[in-house]
Design a protein around this ligand. Structure first.
Ligand code: GDP
Ligand code: K
Ligand code: MG
Length: 299
């Protein structure tokens, strides 16, 4: 790949809960992955998604503390948010076009006021309103904070998302490819979670089973109308007989694996989860390089 004039940089997406941040990110990343939650995380500046095109790479990062905290952590959280937002190349401030500005929007706007980073105001959910209503909303939102650009769009339907991507690209400085072109997230939790599940299988089985098992976490997604994260994983075995053993009498063994793993995963993610476990037979997976790569083993 030619690297002359390649651009790269970091983008924060902020907005109160349910304005459509996750939906927008999925759309920007062309729904290759469902994106993780904004549940409390120990890591700062968590990478949520990476968009790479031939001439740029935009890295979307999570901003800790941008949701109004319920406890007295307020000031500390605000400082964290402020320093992160000051370091990125652009901020997408998402609001809902079908509603007037509320206290949640104001809270975020107040944090943004002290920050020099260019802000793009994204009026999401325009599919829910009429055109004259949009003009009114633009008028109501434009004074919340100084913005460089106002982009009405529908994250759900994808309208105008390409325009937003162009605006993002404009604000990226020249820079290297930080991540491989096919990498869309840096989500080490996936691998840790897979290992936790495999560990429970090892605890609960004997003999040949442990060596013939591989675990792949397929999804870690936020579900609407629930606080739980939905985690789905597949336990691969090499033979049908092993699948039977792993399921156990009336499904008892698999249930126990799930129960133990769920506890650990909840602690890891700091969030309640729903764990969806499947067992699949994949003959000789250990001998197939391509499978190994899919399972997250790299030379
Ligand atoms: P987040 O909490 O900011 O990450 O919001 P989500 O992405 O989880 O979206 C919250 C809700 O708004 C979901 O039910 C989405 O389907 C819905 N939503 C997101 N974007 C749009 C949009 O452009 N139009 C409509 N009608 N609904 C949307
Ligand atoms: K949500
Ligand atoms: Mg979200």
């Amino acid at each position: 790949m030619r690297n002359d004039n390649f651009k790269s940089g970091f983008i924060s997406i902020v907005g109160r809960p349910n304005v459509g941040k996750s939906t927008l990110l999925n759309k920007i990343l062309r729904q290759k992955i469902a994106i993780m939650s904004d549940k409390p995380q120990t890591t700062r500046n968590k990478i949520q998604g990476i968009l790479t095109e031939h001439d740029f790479q935009a890295i979307f990062i999570d901003t800790p503390g941008i949701h109004k905290p319920k406890h007295k952590l307020g000031e500390f959280m605000n400082k964290q948010a402020t320093s992160t937002l000051g370091e990125v190349d652009a901020i997408l401030f998402l609001v809902e076009a079908n509603q007037e500005p509320g206290a949640g929007d104001q809270y975020i706007a107040d944090i943004l006021k002290g920050i020099k980073t260019p802000i793009i105001l994204v009026l999401n959910k325009v599919d829910l309103i009429k055109k004259d209503e949009l003009l009114l909303r633009i008028d109501q939102y434009k004074d919340l904070v100084d913005v460089e650009e106002i982009i009405p769009l529908s994250a759900l339907q994808g309208d105008n998302v390409e325009v937003l991507i162009k605006e993002i690209k404009k604000r990226l400085p020249e820079g290297p490819m930080f991540f491989a072109a096919d990498q869309i997230t840096d989500h080490p939790e996936r691998f840790v979670i897979a290992e936790l599940i495999r560990e429970k299988v090892l605890q609960l089985t004997e003999e040949e089973i442990p060596h013939s098992v591989a675990v792949v976490v397929e999804q870690i997604v936020e579900r609407e109308h629930t606080d739980k994260l939905f985690v789905s994983a597949v336990i691969y075995t090499e033979r049908k007989s092993q699948k039977g053993i792993l399921i156990g009498k009336d499904g008892a063994l698999l249930k126990e694996v799930g129960k133990r793993a769920r506890n650990d995963i909840e602690r890891l993610l700091g969030s309640k989860i729903y764990l969806d476990l499947w067992i699949k037979v994949k003959k000789d997976w250990r001998n197939h390089a391509i499978d190994l790569r899919n399972f997250g083993f790299h030379e």
